[in-house]
Design a protein around this ligand. Structure first.
Ligand SMILES: *Cc1c(COP(=O)(O)O)cnc(C)c1O
Length: 378
């Protein structure tokens, strides 16, 4: 029977661009000043100040992507050839590639399956005399277990870099992620919690480090035509910063809606044995970049079938991430211990949308669809 109205495709994430965002960008375009003061124009500076306030750090340095933020942070920390950096393999590739670009060696650790974030015990097993830093990824918006990680880092004299690209506004023991380690990195890519199209931010409380990152962002210059560090052009435009500022004004509203959606989805989808729903530890606040369930099956094929069927039903389910970084062709040269929990996660996870444009009827529809498919195929 033909349906009266075709169901719209429920995208995994989408930029939320409203009238005020458009006006903010238009204002910059009409001013004619699209970039200013070598990346230190008024909109960029204001965005940095407001973002630092939001995260609770003294400094914030805007960049042209989250990947740039990671590269600038690692470079400013002096990470270089011969150094080792420990990071999760079950994550987006950006942190690993930033490590490799500095000349250092990525060492891949396993995850904790209940949070999908780096496992502190696995970090310990990866430490050698060459270890210089740990990159923590707050995956899906779930804060990693920072206390034991900071303890390990302190004991071994290591830097901690937080990859908070999916976790704007997530909290661990009352602290906003990105402010807990030595340096935090964010992304404003089009699908992220807030967006500038492309863009990123580094945050830190360390003045010396902040100054160095400001310099690296603009060709390593500490004054005009005096490159003191190896730099790059990692500058954000005034256009992006204006959009970032207008998005930042709405971030609490966005996060509230994501949290409500996640709570509703758990209520609808939870309680069916082969489906493992996300559980947020009491000491954390999730930012729900995506809502990730795990299907209790040893076969990635069954999971893939369910994802394919969900897509056919108009639900943009995704597998973040079906291939761990250490098994990507470029990264197989890096010796990696067996990562049992990473392997299981890559075969079992399904990410579902809970962004602010997801409505109650979408949640009911997604829950019903997942449960039906699990009954059929698992
Ligand atoms: C998006 C993302 C990045 C990279 O950010 P870009 O702005 O796309 O360069 C890094 N790490 C994680 C976990 C991400 O999700």
């Amino acid at each position: 029977m033909p349906r009266a109205k075709a169901r719209r495709f429920i995208r995994i994430n989408e930029p939320i661009i409203e009238r005020d965002d458009i006006e903010a960008v238009t204002e910059v375009l009409e001013s004619g000043i699209l970039t200013d003061k070598m990346g230190m124009g008024p909109y960029v500076t204001k965005f940095e100040q407001e973002f630092a306030k939001f995260v609770g750090t003294k400094y914030a340095i805007a960049t042209n992507s989250g990947t740039s933020a990671l590269l600038a942070a690692l470079s400013a920390l002096g990470i270089k050839q011969g150094d080792e950096v420990i990071l999760p393999s079950f994550a987006f590739v950006a942190a690993a590639e930033a490590v490799v670009w500095t000349g250092a060696t990525p060492v891949f650790a396993d995850i904790d399956l209940s949070t999908y974030t780096i496992d502190p015990d696995s970090i310990k097993e990866c430490i050698t005399p060459n270890t210089k830093a740990i990159i923590v990824v707050h995956l899906y918006g779930m804060p990693a277990d920072m206390d034991p990680i900071m303890e390990i880092a302190e004991e071994h004299g290591l830097y901690v870099i937080e990859d908070a690209a999916q976790a704007h506004g997530a909290k661990y023991k009352g602290k906003v992620v990105g402010s807990i380690g030595h340096v935090g990195c964010f992304s404003f890519y089009a699908t992220k919690i807030i967006t500038t199209g492309e863009g990123g931010m580094v945050v830190t409380n360390d003045k010396e480090l902040a100054d160095k990152i400001f310099a690296i962002r603009n060709h390593g210059e500490t004054s005009p035509y005096r490159s003191f560090y190896l730099g790059l052009n990692l500058r954000m435009t005034e256009i992006q910063a204006a959009l970032g500022l207008s998005q930042l004004r709405k971030i609490r509203k966005f996060l509230k809606k994501r949290r409500e959606n996640a709570r509703k989805l758990t209520k609808e989808i939870g309680g069916m044995a082969p489906i493992i729903v996300p559980v947020v530890p009491k000491d954390r606040k999730h930012s729900w970049y995506v809502y990730t369930i795990r299907i209790r099956t040893r076969s990635g094929k069954v999971r893939d079938k369910i994802v394919q069927k969900l897509k056919e039903k108009g639900i943009d389910a995704r597998v973040y991430y079906s291939r761990p970084i250490h098994l990507m062709p470029y990264y197989t040269v890096y010796k990696t211990k067996p990562l049992r929990k990473t392997k299981l996660a890559t075969k079992q996870v399904i990410c579902l949308p809970v962004h602010p444009r997801v409505e109650d009827r979408d949640i009911k529809y997604m829950a019903e669809s997942v449960k039906k498919l699990v009954r059929k195929y698992v």
